[in-house]
Design a protein. Structure first.
Length: 168
C-alpha cells in the first residue's frame, strides 16, 4: 500500500555557490558600479549602490499571511522623494531598492510566477495599516510585526560587503 504522506517535492532551484558568486560579481561590475558612478554625479558626492537587501522571516510570513498569499514578487525600484512620500533615510536617495508585493495564484494548487497575480488590486479593509500620513496599502514591504507597510527606503539596504555577515 502506498503511503499518502510522501515528502513534497522541493520547488527550490539550487545553484552552486561559485555560480552565485560569479553572478553577484557580474552585477557589481555591470550594474552596481556604473549606477554608483551616475548617482554620485547626480548627487554631487561619492556614494555606493546597495549590494543586497535583508528581510526577516517574520516580515515575509506576515506579508503572506495578511494577504492570504502564496508567493512574493520583487520589483526593482529607485528610492527617492515622491509626491506625498518623503524619504526617511536621505542617504538612500536615488539608490536601487526593491519592493515586495504579495501574490496569489489563480490556481492555488499550482502557484507559479505565470499564474500569480499581484495582491495590489485586492483591497482588504482589515489588512490596511494606517500611519500618521494616511493609509498604506496591504501588500508592500512589511519590515516589522508592528508596521505591515513601510516606504521602500526603510528596507535594510546593504552596502558593499564587509568580512562579517555576507556569504557572497
Amino acid at each position: 500500500m502506498k503511503s499518502t504522506n510522501s515528502p513534497k517535492k522541493s520547488k527550490l532551484n539550487l545553484i552552486p555557490v561559485e555560480l552565485a558568486q560569479q553572478m553577484v560579481n557580474a552585477y557589481d561590475k555591470q550594474r552596481r558600479g556604473p549606477a554608483a558612478k551616475q548617482r554620485s554625479k547626480e548627487l554631487g558626492k561619492t556614494v555606493q549602490e546597495p549590494r543586497s537587501f535583508w528581510v526577516s522571516k517574520d516580515a515575509l510570513l506576515e506579508l503572506l499571511a495578511i494577504n492570504k498569499a502564496d508567493g512574493i514578487r520583487f520589483y526593482y525600484a529607485i528610492a527617492d522623494d515622491y509626491p506625498g512620500f518623503e524619504l526617511k533615510r536621505p542617504e538612500h536617495k536615488k539608490a536601487h531598492t526593491a519592493i515586495m508585493v504579495a501574490t496569489r495564484s489563480v490556481d492555488p494548487d499550482n502557484p507559479t510566477m505565470e499564474n500569480s497575480v499581484d495582491c495590489l488590486n485586492i483591497p482588504r479593509k482589515e489588512a490596511t495599516i494606517h500611519k500618521e500620513k494616511g493609509g498604506i496599502g496591504p501588500v508592500v514591504l512589511p519590515i516589522t510585526s508592528s508596521l505591515a507597510g513601510l516606504p521602500a527606503d526603510e528596507l535594510d539596504l546593504c552596502p558593499p560587503p564587509s568580512p562579517k555577515g555576507q556569504l557572497l
